[in-house]
Design a binder for this molecule. Sequence first.
Ligand SMILES: Cc1cc2nc3c(=O)[nH]c(=O)nc-3n(C[C@H](O)[C@H](O)[C@H](O)COP(=O)(O)O)c2cc1C
Length: 333
Amino acid sequence: MSLTDFRLGEHRIDPPLLLAPMAGITDLPFRKICKRFGVGLMVTEMIASRAIEQKRERTRRMAVVDADEHPVSIQIAGSDPKYMVEAAQWAKAHGADSVDINMGCPVKKIVKQVAGSAMLRDERLVASILEAVVKGIDLPVTLKVRTGWDESSKNVENIARIAEQSGVQMLTVHGRTRAQMFNGHANWEDIGRAKSVVSIPVVGNGDIVDAASALEMVRISGCDGVMVGRAVQGNPWVLGEVSAALTGKPAPSRPTDKERWAIVKEHMLLLAEHHGEYSAIRLARKHVIWYSKGMRGSAEFRGHFQHIEDWQEQIKAAESYFLSPKESVSLAA
Ligand SMILES: Cc1cc2nc3c(=O)[nH]c(=O)nc-3n(C[C@H](O)[C@H](O)[C@H](O)COP(=O)(O)O)c2cc1C
């Protein structure tokens, strides 16, 4: 099976594969690494419209996009149409090719402000935000949702219709309700239900872990493209495998130890360049440990690596582990 890419405004989404927005993870360094494996559309971390109002440096850094990563969508969240329009205009000024509105976030802090997935319970508010943002910028506006608030109030078909009627140009559906948080399985049939009531592209999301699961989601839901999130952590190569499967190409080979280390090192250097060494040390703990998952002696490496407080030390420890996993473990032990 192979999918044809689709269009979003002036851009072809080729391949029809999106990197999922993940707060604290899909920053510029991570997106740069992912881009080379074949992502058709990047989505930044969610940026709260309130944070944009406060003009914080950290917020500005979240919206830095790279010349080589286009097309890129900046994701915004919030529940006040006026601030959402301003946030969308701000995203455009920061180089976004499209603006994605988050109505899927299940996190309590966001839900309490009636944003993220809480908005799914108020279809009128959904319409007023979408209409205002579509009117307020001359960029494609896209929407990311869950399938509803809980099992008894799934309304993804209504939300899909509202999105299309409001002028939204692409809908991403994570096949879980808010109540499910990240538990259980994403329901790919529900993604298909949304797809069946609209003619805008529908992107399926939730629990894709490899090429086979991506193809299975497409088969079950009939979605126009797929979005992959957690499976990419420490494993950006999976994007190349999914991309090849979606476009009917042969699967790329898995990286050698040397190639893996080259990516890890580049990722670490990009983290330092973008965030400064202090934050990079903390962020590298998360990413580097993910890269080591499934390798020989990774538990021991993790125990050692997460306590290193010095940037050069971190690089040295990672190099000795990734270039010869077994030996470095015996050194660390
Ligand atoms: C750590 C983390 C942060 C996330 N942050 C966001 C976010 O900022 N915006 C958003 O729309 N979804 C966010 N999500 C949800 C993902 O985009 C995606 O919908 C979800 O992880 C399911 O896809 P997956 O099974 O491929 O991971 C986040 C998920 C995780 C695990």
